[in-house]
Design a protein around this ligand. Structure first.
Ligand SMILES: Nc1ncnc2c1ncn2[C@@H]1O[C@H](COP(=O)(O)OP(=O)(O)OP(=O)(O)O)[C@@H](O)[C@H]1O
Ligand SMILES: [Mg+2]
Length: 727
């Protein structure tokens, strides 16, 4: 099924985050020696069929069959919100399938046979590779190599995974640390883990923290429920991106229903993904099964042993929509019912059609259906309209990101909150963009990265806070979002990511050389998809939902492609004459065009320094440093001098001095030497090394007087006086 989704011809290679799974039969070469090749093929076929089916059930794409092994991709060609998790679940399911096949294998071979599985996850280039007519879509990247090598160290029956792969599934699956292992052909050691099993409570929203916000949504659910009880059958389509709080909202709603008086309390059917190895969640089937079970309970509870219900329940196993509806009718004769189907993104298209049928059959009954999932088009629109659900009220409830205040409240509930520096907390909330799971994920990732550490009873912040990496799980959420876009929308968004965090319609039209109307239609679609937000209607300004969305979108492009786009954007902005040099520098630096980046950069750096914005000046000038060529003395001196100044001003005197001394070593004329010597003196003075400062000031005076630079000389004299006057 998923194998049909291979990339179309000519599709551009792109950077993707995938999980790669390698499975290999243990001792197979040995077997080949003593078996007839025909028998070998027969056994392999049977095993592949079964193992491949397990992988595909979890959305894996069988990339290659390698003799006695398989390479399976999760995240290409189609990304799912939880590819790392799917890979691990598939690995465990493949091992379970092997266990079940053992009697058959022993009968065939007179011995048992195990598989080793290795998984890694990370960025890869996904595209078409191969000679001429044999071009194949595949992945190239470290993750594939690491997965293949982890598979080799796995014991038969084991699923071994890298640390970065494990993080993707750590919330749902329990792992055992194997330790540091040396992989063949690699210098660095990696930390490896073995997957054990899913946690018993996986897949549900952890309810350890109090609910923030969402009171309007809860009220709305209660209103719709009250209407349903009075016979206005309701359907709520609850949508929102991963981690936005759908499951959490539903569990609050259930809490309210369950707290009702026994006489009023409705019959609740609630199904969701429970991460059971080998049992892929099928929302529709689960719902029908659960309705059957509840109906039996209700009927048997009411009049003892009731054979008709039992019979119907059995009929339900065959999935008849009529039967499901008639069971509902049985329930509703006694009590109202609430049917909640969560994680609908695991459903198939046919499931969509079938559930609409059940709902239609239930029209007029006191039932409330709640279907919840990530995709905006939960159930096919057409079939809702066609099914003529006239007597049913359809409510669309889309969960928006939490507001800034609610996000703060959520963050404050985290035990490590008090150790979080305020600016880091602010930037964390910027990045999380109001998604509760992302807020929690970001702070956990600071702990993972060792930037927040337990100390005594509380927490403390450690070392460098600049390094807020994009947590992997979050990256996957966003990538799956991107994958749900059409190719033209995706390309449009990438161009936006190259341009900036924020942009106007007019500017996009200019840069992309398309009509404003077309720009508006793309922007509308991307706002609808929750990736961009409208900022200001009067200037028609739009922005990325969060910095993270931009980062992740940007990272999906190959470096070469990025460079080309930055060059294009830079040139267009330059020609427009409206852009300020700081914007231009970014584009020319990223395009790697030193001739343009350096002059603009130096000018912008100068302005920033004059404005006292040392941090930004430092960031900008540091980006220029690697672009300078050895021979370009003139620019090098200016850059080293400005960089030196910026470093000293932002408290890094030693590095600043180093740059200033290097600049000094490049100049010969007395005026420049005098000026730089004075700068060096100043840096020593700031560092508190008065003697060195005075020495350099004096040398500066000599050089400047030789060059006849009277004004400069006076400035140096003033600096020296300042040094002496200090307490
Ligand atoms: N309003 C909220 N108040 C407090 N915590 C919340 C809130 N919304 C979500 N959370 C927490 O954020 C995490 C993610 O929420 P939840 O599992 O409900 O997301 P979801 O929308 O169901 O995601 P998925 O599509 O992956 O199922 C959970 O730990 C949940 O408890
Ligand atoms: Mg959920």
């Amino acid at each position: 099924m998923s194998n049909e989704a291979a990339p179309e011809g000519g599709a551009l290679a792109e950077l993707r985050h995938v999980a790669v799974l390698f499975a290999d039969l243990q001792g197979f070469t040995h077997l080949c020696e003593r078996l007839d090749p025909e028998e070998v093929v027969e056994i392999l076929d049977a095993l592949y069929d079964r193992l491949g089916a397990e992988a595909e059930r979890y959305g894996g794409y069988i990339d290659k069959v390698l003799g006695d092994g398989l390479m399976v991709l999760f995240g290409a060609p189609q990304a799912h919100e939880d590819d790392g998790l799917r890979a691990v679940m598939a690995g465990l399911a493949m091992q379970k399938a092997m266990d079940e096949l053992q009697p058959w294998i022993r009968e065939k071979l007179g011995q048992s046979l195990g598989i080793r599985i290795g998984i890694d996850a990370g960025p890869v280039v996904y595209g078409k590779v191969g000679p001429g007519s044999r071009v194949q879509p595949t992945v190239i990247g470290d993750a594939a190599n690491v997965a293949a090598r982890l598979q080799r160290i796995a014991a038969p029956g084991q699923v071994v995974i890298s640390d970065r792969g494990r993080r993707l599934a750590a919330r749902q699956i329990q792992f055992r640390k194997i330790g540091l292992v040396q992989l063949q052909g690699r210098n660095a050691e990696v930390v490896a883990y073995a997957a054990v099993a899913p946690f018993a409570s996986a897949g549900g929203a952890a309810q350890s923290t109090p609910l923030v916000g969402r009171s309007d949504e809860l009220k709305r659910l209660m209103t719709v429920y009250t209407m349903a009880v009075s016979g206005k059958t309701g359907l709520v389509l609850l949508t929102g991106e991963a981690g936005i709080g759908k499951t959490r909202l539903l569990s609050e709603f259930l809490g309210i229903l369950q707290a009702m008086d026994a006489k009023q309390r409705p019959v609740v059917v609630h199904v969701r993904n429970r991460w059971d190895v080998g049992n892929v969640y099928r929302p529709y089937d689960s719902m029908v099964g659960a309705i059957g079970a509840r109906a039996r309970q209700v009927l048997e509870g009411a009049n003892g042993d009731a054979p008709p219900a039992g019979l119907k329940a059995r009929a339900l196993l065959f999935g008849g929509t009529k039967t499901a509806a008639s069971m509902l009718r049985d329930i509703c004769e006694r009590l109202p019912a609430v049917i909640i189907v969560d994680d609908w993104q695991w459903a198939t298209n046919e499931d969509g059609e079938r559930i609409v049928q059940v709902i239609r059959e239930a029209a007029g009954l006191p039932v409330l259906f709640v279907i919840s999932g990530r995709r905006a088009d939960l159930v096919p629109q057409a079939s809702i309209a066609e099914a003529g659900i006239r007597d049913i009220t359809v409510h669309r409830l889309r969960l928006a990101p939490l507001g800034r205040n609610d996000s703060w409240l959520l963050l404050q509930q985290h035990p490590a909150f008090s150790a979080l520096p305020l600016d880091v907390a602010e930037s964390l909330l910027d990045r999380a963009g109001g998604n509760p799971a992302h807020v929690l994920e970001c702070i956990d990732s600071l702990i993972d990265q060792g930037l927040l550490a337990p100390s005594g009873d509380g927490w403390r912040a450690v070392q460098d806070r600049g390094a807020l990496l994009v947590p992997e799980m979050l990256r996957n959420d966003i990538l799956s979002h991107l994958d749900s876009l059409g190719p033209s929308e995706r390309d449009f968004l990438r161009l936006c990511a190259v341009i900036s965090l924020q942009f106007s319609v007019a500017m996009l039209a200019k840069v992309m050389a398309i009509a404003e109307a077309e720009v508006r239609s793309h922007l509308g679609a991307l706002v609808e998809a929750g990736l961009l937000v409208a900022m200001d209607a009067s200037t028609e300004t739009y922005a990325f939902r969060s910095g993270l969305v931009r980062e992740v979108t940007y990272d999906t492009m190959l470096k070469r492609h990025r460079r080309q786009l930055h060059l294009r954007v830079g040139e267009i902005l330059e020609a427009s004459g409206e852009a300020d040099s700081a914007d231009l520098v970014v584009h020319f630096v990223r395009a790697g065009v030193a001739e343009k980046a350096v002059p603009y950069g130096l000018a912008a750096g100068e302005t920033l320094l004059q404005q006292g914005d040392h941090d930004r000046a430092l960031a900008l000038l540091s980006e220029l440093e690697p672009l300078l060529s050895e021979g370009d003395t003139e620019h090098s001196v200016v850059l080293l001098e400005r960089l030196g100044e910026a470093l000293v001003c932002s408290g890094n005197c030693a590095a600043g001095l180093d740059r200033l001394l290097r600049a000094l070593s490049l100049v010969r004329d007395p005026a420049s030497r005098g000026r730089l010597m004075a700068q060096v003196g100043w840096a020593y003075a700031i560092q508190g090394r008065a003697e060195m400062a005075v020495k350099h000031y004096q040398r500066a005076q000599e050089a400047l007087s030789g060059a006849g630079e009277l004004q400069q000389q006076m400035l140096v004299a003033a600096s020296m006086r300042w040094l002496y006057d200090r307490p």
